[in-house]
Design a protein around this ligand. Structure first.
Ligand code: NAD
Ligand code: LMR
Length: 341
C-alpha cells in the first residue's frame, strides 16, 4: 500500500514537472557588451527557458560572456568577437535574436539623429541574421526603432526570407514606463497598471491610451503632463546621464520581458500579449505599414495584431500626430536600403 502510494506521488511529480518543463532555447544578443547588452544578457542567464546564450559584439563580448558564465544557472554562455564565421555561429539555431547594437543618444539629440550611424549597423547585422538564421525571431532595440525595423524588413526581402511574423521592434519600455508613471501619480501598484501604448518609439509617435487604462478619469493638465512624460521618458534618462548614454537598465528589463514572452509563446502558452512594432495593417493606408499595438504571440511569432480599440477625441489627435511622423520615419528606413543595400 505504501509503495503504491509513493509510486502515485512520483507519477504526479513527474507529470507536474513535464507540464512545467520548457524546451531548450538558444538566444543571441548582438551588441552584448554595451550598456543594454550586459544587463540584458545577465537577465537572460537567469531565465530557465534559455539554455544557450550567444553574446556577440564588435568589442568585449568574450569578457562579458566569461563573467556571466559564472552565474550558477544551467545555461551555457559563449562570447563571439568579429571574424571568421563567429557571427554566423552565434546566430545559428537561435530562437530569438536581440539587437541592441548601435550608438545611444546624448542630450539635445533626437532618436532620428542616430540614424546615420545606426542604420548601417542594423542593416549589416540584418544581412547576417538573414543569411545565418532567417527563421529566428528578430527583436530590434537599436534606435531609431521606427526606421531600423523597416530597414530589417527590406534587407530580409532582398534576401528572399522576409516573414512579417518574426520581425519585432521592441517598444516594451514604453509600457513599462507608462505603468510606472501612472502608478506614481495614483499611488498604486505598477504591476496592476496596464496601459496600452501604440504607434512607434519616439516622441509624439508614442501614443499612450489612458482612456483604456484603470484611470480614464485622468484629464486636463495632469493628463497632458502624463502623456508627455510617457512620450519623452527616454529624454529624462538621457538628460540625467548627461552624455553617458540613454536608458540601459530599464531597457534590459524590457528587452528581457519581450524575449521571455516570445519563448513562452513558442512553448505553447496561450494569451501572451506584448506591445510591439510590427508590420501591421492598422494604419497602412496612412503610410504606416509598421505600427506598434498589442500583439498576441504564438509559436511562430505574431499570432494576432490587436486593433487600437475605442479611443477618445484627444487620443485621436495624438494618433494623427503620430502617423504623420511615423510614416516619414518608416519611409526613411526603406529608402536607406534602396540606396545602400
Ligand atoms: P552602448 O553604446 O552602451 O552599446 C552598444 C553596443 O553595440 C556596444 O557595445 C558596441 O560595441 C556594440 N556595437 C556597435 N556596432 C556593432 C556591430 N556592428 N555589431 C555588434 N555590436 C556592435 O549603447 P546602449 O546604451 O546599449 O544602446 C544601444 C542602442 O539601443 C541605442 O541605439 C539606443 O538608442 C537603443 N535603445 C533603444 C531602446 C528601446 O526602447 N528600443 C531603449 C534604450 C536604448
Ligand atoms: C528610450 O526610450 O529610453 C530609448 O529609446 C533611448 C532613448 O534614446 O531615449
Amino acid at each position: 500500500m505504501f509503495s503504491v502510494r509513493r509510486a502515485a506521488v512520483n507519477l504526479t511529480q513527474k507529470r507536474a514537472f513535464s507540464a512545467s518543463a520548457s524546451n531548450p532555447y538558444k538566444v543571441a544578443v548582438l551588441g552584448a557588451a554595451g550598456g543594454i547588452g550586459q544587463p540584458l544578457s545577465l537577465l537572460l542567464k537567469l531565465s530557465p527557458k534559455v539554455t544557450e546564450l550567444a553574446l556577440y559584439d564588435v568589442r568585449g563580448a568574450p569578457g562579458v560572456a566569461a563573467d556571466i558564465s559564472h552565474v550558477n544557472t544551467n545555461s551555457v554562455v559563449k562570447g563571439y568577437a568579429p571574424g571568421d564565421s563567429n557571427l554566423a555561429d552565434a546566430l545559428k539555431d537561435a530562437e530569438v535574436v536581440l539587437i541592441p547594437a548601435g550608438v545611444p543618444r546624448k542630450p539635445g539629440m533626437s532618436r532620428d539623429d542616430l540614424f546615420n550611424t545606426n542604420a548601417s549597423i542594423v542593416r549589416d547585422l540584418a544581412h547576417a541574421t538573414a543569411k545565418a538564421n532567417p527563421k529566428a525571431k528578430l527583436c530590434i532595440i537599436a534606435n531609431p526603432v521606427n526606421s531600423t525595423v523597416p530597414i530589417c524588413r527590406e534587407v530580409y526581402k532582398l534576401a528572399g526570407v522576409y516573414n512579417p511574423k518574426t520581425l519585432f521592434g521592441v517598444t516594451t519600455l514604453d509600457v513599462v514606463r507608462a505603468s510606472r508613471f501612472i502608478s506614481e501619480l495614483k499611488s498604486t501598484d505598477p504591476a496592476a497598471e496596464k496601459v496600452t501604448v501604440v504607434g512607434g518609439h519616439s516622441g509624439v509617435t508614442i501614443v499612450p491610451l489612458l482612456s483604456q487604462s484603470n484611470h480614464p478619469d485622468i484629464s486636463g493638465e495632469v493628463r497632458d503632463a502624463l502623456v508627455k512624460r510617457i512620450q519623452f521618458g527616454g529624454d529624462e534618462v538621457v538628460q540625467a546621464k548627461d552624455g553617458a548614454g540613454s536608458a540601459t537598465l530599464s531597457m534590459a528589463l524590457a528587452g528581457y520581458r519581450m524575449a521571455e514572452s516570445l519563448l513562452r509563446a513558442k512553448d505553447g502558452e496561450k494569451g501572451v500579449i506584448e506591445p510591439t512594432f510590427v508590420e501591421s495593417p492598422l494604419f497602412k493606408e496612412q503610410g504606416c505599414d509598421f505600427f506598434a499595438s498589442n500583439v498576441e504571440l504564438g509559436p511562430d511569432g505574431v499570432e494576432k495584431i490587436h486593433g487600437i480599440g475605442e479611443i477618445n477625441s484627444y487620443e485621436k489627435g495624438l494618433i494623427d500626430a503620430c502617423v504623420a511622423d511615423l510614416a516619414k520615419n518608416i519611409a526613411k528606413g526603406v529608402k536607406f536600403v534602396e540606396a545602400n543595400p
